[in-house]
Design a protein around this ligand. Sequence first.
Ligand SMILES: C[S@@+](CC[C@H](N)C(=O)[O-])C[C@H]1O[C@@H](n2cnc3c(N)ncnc32)[C@H](O)[C@@H]1O
Length: 223
Amino acid sequence: MINLSKRLKCIADMVDDDSIIADIGCDHALLDIYLLQNKKIKKSIACDITKGALDQARRNVKLNNVNNIDLRIADGLDNIKKDDNINLIVMSGLGDSKIINILEKDRSKLEDVDTIIIQSNVGVDKIRKYLTNIGYFIFDEELIKERNIIYTVIKFKKGYKKYNKNELKYGPVLLNKKNELFRELLINLIKRNERIISKIPKSKIIKKIKLRIKNKKIKRLLK
Ligand SMILES: C[S@@+](CC[C@H](N)C(=O)[O-])C[C@H]1O[C@@H](n2cnc3c(N)ncnc32)[C@H](O)[C@@H]1O
């Protein structure tokens, strides 16, 4: 049986039962194999742009003897077709601009996609903004700490909801939960800003003030 990292396990737990998923940037297809082994999904279309990654995925699929996985070499959603009937997309371990570009390029392919699960290494606020603008709302969010990095995993569902600036920046569900990891994330942010402030020359006083105000706002969220 496949053993997933904490980060991938968090994503797997967010996948709805009986889904047909497209895992874009599947790499070695560990997530897909795990989901199929645990009979959580009906089928996976696992895509990656790199041949080497898919070769390894193919070996892993054979080794673990799973069916109902379709490995496709593709840039983003290029090789996803309407009759694949996917209802859920996973994109994890990619950057915000890549994720947004992939979705924006093939917006029509999202027609029947009711759920999108994203774990981006950077720019989660931009992803929240983009997806909530194109007709998805934030259904769930989790933070996972692995090798001293805090990852954000977001599950979007089809539908509209209005969010304020703070919710888009820090996550409505995370703000609501305000758990220990969320506090750690904000404290790290404050410390990073303080380090930047200390290096800003006196001549750039406005920049310093702006960052100090930002830190005050973040501190308020910790209360
Ligand atoms: C850091 S790995 C993440 C793998 C896995 N999704 C995870 O979360 O562990 C990123 C993967 O995305 C693939 N990738 C990058 N750009 C892509 C694109 N435009 N379309 C499909 N796959 C892409 C890379 O080849 C790589 O295998």
